[in-house]
Design a protein around this ligand. Structure first.
Ligand SMILES: Nc1ncnc2c1ncn2[C@@H]1O[C@H](COP(=O)(O)OP(=O)(O)OP(=O)(O)O)[C@@H](O)[C@H]1O
Ligand SMILES: [Mg+2]
Length: 417
């Protein structure tokens, strides 16, 4: 590989991450795992081997039931108080800031091994909005900046993720065309409106974003269609007398949320779950909740829901069976295509509304958009595509590389820093 700048382009995603560099004016994606252009944003603290594994190896450890702690979707903790919570891992108290930093530092080290260069600076993608609340949004950026510092980068610059995709996919447009990038990822939906000024140059007009993505789809599906089998919505008897009340939702909501799962294994939550079981009107269901917490198998549930979501979205099936061994041995339950569409329709409409806002905020009308450019894993969801394309009747639809569209543009842009 030729001599190049010391800047590493980083797409730190909620579900998948990627890094790249600008080589002689061209984007070059660095393989973070053999033969792979992306790395699942996941870590596994292996208590037996006393080491941390990353990406596919972390997933493998989880699926094999290794003794340790798995984590995914940590990007969603940025800007929330949970990112500063610390827990003991491998004999040391570690905050989630430090854990994110470890992941970034691992990507840096792998890139350096691949290219034989060292990277002192990073050009990092960022969602247009980590959070709707400006204070939280600013805090999220401060948190991420701190993670990059701890990971060993002396300087980090940020670029809106969909803007990266617009740069990578500029060639889709002819001069005068108006394109809208629709990047639906694991944690956020991001939009960039851009104009082609000549065959190679683009002008960024407007970006907007929404904290809603594929992990939220999983959360909604799990909460609606899995958690009721574990006691959500069932009655709990009062300790004295005949009265009952409905089981509190909080524990079920957290168990359905990828980034909250590791926090549920703390003693106070386990105790709360035991109390619910003791007074449950439907103890079989609450026993399942307790089993999942005792066996620390919350992520197995999340993966089962995600797999069913993707399978229903990619195959013309009326239903698929979710494998829920975590609840009971060989336990399966159907997820219906109609139920999925019904649960996710409001989210798809919210995404389409935000895409419209992006265009209207720029003082333009949806009919003026000539090209819709979809990137991000969740842009493959039919329910999302239908809602968005319906809002832009005149636009042609293009699909960029779902998982590498952003890193290509960031790598390209890193040549200008
Ligand atoms: N074929 C598919 N159909 C539907 N959803 C899919 C498919 N493949 C992946 N996904 C979903 O895409 C999401 C991951 O997409 P992506 O890798 O673009 O996100 P990310 O870049 O990590 O997140 P973000 O940019 O929001 O931080 C996951 O929620 C995953 O379930
Ligand atoms: Mg992304």
């Amino acid at each position: 590989m030729g001599q190049n700048s010391d800047i590493l382009a980083v797409d730190f995603g909620t579900s998948n991450s990627a890094v790249g560099v600008n080589l002689n004016g061209k984007a070059h994606i660095i393989e973070l795992e053999p033969g792979k252009q992306t790395l699942p944003t996941a870590l596994f603290f292996d208590f037996e081997e006393k080491m941390v594994t990353y990406g596919s190896l972390a997933e493998q450890a989880l699926f094999e039931g290794a003794w340790g702690r798995y984590m995914r979707a940590l990007k969603s903790l940025l800007g929330t108080p949970l990112i500063r919570e610390s827990q003991p891992f491998l004999g040391k108290r570690m905050s989630y800031i430090e854990i994110v930093a470890r992941f970034l530092s691992e990507m840096k080290a792998r890139a350096e091994t691949q290219t034989g260069q060292s990277y002192r600076r990073a050009l990092s993608g960022r969602p247009v909005r980590f959070h709707a609340d400006p204070k939280r949004d600013a805090q999220a950026l401060t948190d991420l900046r701190e993670c990059y510092k701890i990971a060993g980068f002396e300087d980090v610059q940020f670029m809106n993720e969909p803007e990266g995709a617009a740069r990578a996919l500029a060639h889709v447009l002819n001069a005068g065309d108006l394109g809208l990038v629709i990047d639906i990822g694991g944690g956020t939906s991001d939009f960039t409106l851009f104009k082609s000024t000549d065959s190679s140059a683009i002008e960024i007009i407007q970006s907007d974003g929404l904290r809603l993505g594929g992990t939220d789809f999983d959360r909604l599906l799990s909460f609606e269609h899995v958690m009721p089998m574990m006691g959500r919505g069932t009655q709990i008897r009062h300790a004295f007398g005949d009265k009952t009340h409905i089981a509190p939702n909080a524990i079920f909501a957290d168990l359905a949320t990828w980034q909250k799962i590791p926090f549920l294994y703390a003693p106070d939550t386990r105790r709360a779950a035991k109390d619910l079981l003791q007074y449950a009107v439907e103890p079989d269901k609450l026993a399942r909740l307790n089993r999942v917490l005792d066996d620390e198998r919350g992520h197995d549930l999340a993966f089962a829901v995600e797999a069913a979501k993707i399978e229903l979205n990619t195959k013309p099936l009326a239903s698929v069976d979710m494998r829920l061994d975590a609840l009971e041995q060989r336990f399966e339950a159907p997820l219906y295509a109609l139920a999925l569409a019904h649960t996710l329709q409001p989210s798809a409409e919210q995404i389409a509304q935000m895409a419209l806002h992006c265009v209207q905020n720029a003082g333009l009308a949806p009919e003026q958009v000539t090209h819709l450019v979809f990137v991000g894993g969740s842009s493959l969801m039919d329910v999302v595509q239908n809602a968005v394309t319906g809002a832009f009747p005149k636009a042609q639809t293009h699909h960029g590389a779902a998982l590498t569209g952003i890193i290509q543009g960031l790598a390209l842009a890193s040549g200008d820093y």
